[in-house]
Design a protein around this ligand. Structure first.
Ligand SMILES: Nc1ncnc2c1ncn2[C@@H]1O[C@H](COP(=O)(O)OP(=O)(O)OP(=O)(O)O)[C@@H](O)[C@H]1O
Ligand SMILES: [Mg+2]
Length: 386
């Protein structure tokens, strides 16, 4: 059974009069890899700083192992932090950077022995694959190697919890992916609880046991990567995690939703009869068929080659969807579509309804380039006929 380690209860944070965290409730289990995910300014770093003890919440409480710790300073919490700008000591070599914290430790007034420091630093450098780098000057290491020194320096203190604020932000894509795998392996090997901050949804999906999606200082959803991707709670989450077409629908009964005047089978239940809903359809869940056998028919307005697949934009009576397909469908093709029941996800209407999930603007520029007959005014509405 998972054991709860940290809890934020009704935590709010205001700077001057600006509320930047609004009633955060969250628990983190022992040995969990939990990620705070959201766009810039949503409150991720603030939440991390409250957990680390660098900030006191304006209201609400934080508990470690069930004990209220609002007033416990950072160095008395079983927590270590890797900040985005991991300042290594440039005048020290790799070994001394990692050993730095251990040399400061005192137990009953006694320093750690040289042998113990040696053993622990060596062990940690092995964990982060930097064995043999002990004497290297840190300023001559690559970004990824420096990052690993920063990780070793934090882990060598054997924290119960490691806080990581966008630790891979400075690395290029390839290195980032390698480091994601390494971090995940280190976390599993050491059993340290990781609380990780990123605004990169792919990174969050790849690494986390649990993802906390935040926006505007509010937690929008907490769940496993699969939950968050397959069952987003609202249009913000659906849009932020991967690509989503989000269209208006009307629930007719359990398992039946109307989209653009046509009824589709779905798996969702428990909505009112004729309740207006938001319907999420992922680009990879749409099957392209002939116009005759499609539930809906539309016209391809743009196509972009993505390597494994094509991204196509399809106009359904003025609403544009993104669809991913391995079939080549040139601009101007009329296609039909089908969607399996498990490719349709229904959400309650809410504050984010209508704000996301429409690919019209995405395709406009392609329209103009790709369609010789394109006239900006040709989509004007029918004349009012009384
Ligand atoms: N010390 C402070 N004084 C005033 N406002 C602050 C302070 N720290 C953070 N804020 C504000 O709180 C909000 C949340 O900031 P926070 O740093 O937590 O965002 P974030 O999610 O980490 O964003 P990013 O991805 O850009 O790092 C922002 O609007 C920020 O300007
Ligand atoms: Mg931040």
């Amino acid at each position: 059974m998972a054991k709860e380690l940290i809890r934020l209860a009704d935590c709010s944070m205001a700077f001057d009069d600006e509320v930047v965290l609004d009633n955060i409730n969250l628990y983190i289990n022992d040995k969990e890899f939990l990620t705070l995910l959201g766009p810039s300014g949503c409150g991720k770093t603030t939440t991390l700083r409250i957990i680390g003890g660098f900030l006191k919440p304006t209201s609400g409480d934080i508990f470690f192992d069930g004990v209220r710790t609002n007033d416990v300073p950072p160095h008395k919490r079983a927590v270590n932090t890797i900040f985005q700008k991991y300042a290594l000591f440039t005048h020290l070599n790799v070994f001394d950077n990692v050993a730095f914290g251990l040399r400061l430790q005192r137990h009953d007034g006694k320093k750690l022995s040289k042998t113990e420091i040696n053993e622990r630093v060596t062990e940690m450098l092995e964990v982060v694959s930097l064995k043999g780098f002990e004497k290297r000057d840190v300023s001559l290491l690559s970004g990824g190697q420096q990052q690993r020194v920063a990780i070793a320096r934090a882990l060598v203190n054997k924290p119960k919890v490691l806080l990581l604020d966008e630790p891979l932000g400075a690395l290029d894509m390839r290195l980032r992916k390698d480091m994601q795998n390494e971090l995940k392996q280190i976390q599993q090997a050491t059993g340290i609880t990781f609380i990780y901050v990123t605004h990169d949804q792919e990174e969050a999906l790849a690494m986390s046991d649990t993802i906390v999606v935040m926006e505007g200082g509010v937690i929008q959803q907490i769940g496993t990567p699969e939950d968050i991707y397959n069952e987003p709670k609202n249009a913000f989450v659906a849009d932020f995690i991967g690509e989503s077409n989000i269209v208006d629908g009307i629930m007719h009964s359990d398992g039946v939703v109307e989209i653009f005047g046509r009824k589709f089978k779905c798996l969702d239940k428990g909505f009112d009869h004729k309740e207006p809903v938001d319907v999420v359809i992922r680009p990879e869940d749409v099957d392209i068929v002939t116009p005759r056998s499609g539930k809906l028919t539309g016209t391809v307005t743009s196509i972009t080659f993505r390597g494994v697949m094509y991204d196509i934009i399809v106009d359904f009576h003025g609403f544009k969807w993104l669809i991913q397909t391995t079939d080549l469908c040139p601009v101007g093709t009329q296609i039909g579509i089908k969607i399996d029941p498990d490719g349709i996800h229904i959400m309650k209407k809410g504050t984010f309804s209508g704000m996301y999930g429409d690919y019209s603007s995405y395709s406009d520029e392609y329209d103009e380039i790709g369609d010789a007959d394109y006239e900006p005014e040709s989509e004007s509405v029918e004349e009012y006929s009384g």
